[in-house]
Design a protein around this ligand. Sequence first.
Ligand SMILES: [Zn+2]
Length: 344
Amino acid sequence: MWLSEEYLGSQTNDVSSRKTSVKKTNKKKTKKIKSSKAVASKKKLKRGKSTQKAVAQKTKSKRKNNVHKIHVILDSGHGGRDPGASAGSRKNKDIIYEDEVVYDISKRMSKLFKKQGIIVHPTLADPNQKQPIRYLSHRHDRDEHLLVTPRYLTRNARIGVNMRVYLVNHIFKQLRKKKVPSENILFISLHGDALHSSLSGAMVYYPDHRLRRGRFILSSKIYRKRKEYISKLTYNPRDNKYSEKLSKSFGKVIINQFRKLRLRTHRVSSAVRGYLYRKGIKTLPAVLRYSKVPTSVLVEIANLNNRLDRRDLLKSKTRQQIAKAITNSVTAHFDRSSGLVAQR
Ligand SMILES: [Zn+2]
């Protein structure tokens, strides 16, 4: 349904259906309260009033959590045999691998999101590293896999990116089926830059609508055998423009949050971009170009080639601050765009 024109064509329908679903939830709530009160009053005889209060409160918080939550599809770039960028040297003890540093930050973000009641859908997992780590391993491990079914051990960078396109769009589709409003779903892809060593700090990419493509169709068996495979993904200009607007605004919030925490970013004018140049041609990272999630950004957390950035990234404190900046951006984004308010 998320692909069809009926849905994509009318935002108003989307809003009204959201309202009805909220009403429905409200009805359910009243029922729930009634029954929980009944249960509570029976228990009252045995345990007294305080229990009743506790039960009611528990029901209340449960209810609150059921109204459209915020969902973040969190993509940690590269992994497996594809380390992404790497810089520094063993001799200087500042060697750093992009996939390892962004994975650690993604783990930190997941923890912070959980505390805020935001639901995280990761795209990548390392079975041997479920928690953030204090010291980034100088050794590059290769056991990260993409959470498609069956799992894909990232052997090839290009396939890994295409696989992510299917995975991200699949998660989005599933959430839409559960009537989660599309504005409540965010896609964040984490990467590290490998620019000229004189440049430093974070920047954010959003999908400029002019760089989108009409369709995404791959027919190789490696994709077809995955549960997440979608035979034909199509994109229309109206959605692309809407997505650009939402994503750009979210990107600005992210850069602001970085600055707030005194983390380095590119200059104001160049820290939020709709495209990048590759061999002199404007282009977009594939995960942004083919994402169906209206709010989609790719965050370059820092420039690995810059000595100061590298030194900072090796400190767990900086990685924690970066994680904080990005997670705070999500709540700040929803506070700002109160028209699209989501309840946490
Ligand atoms: Zn990367």
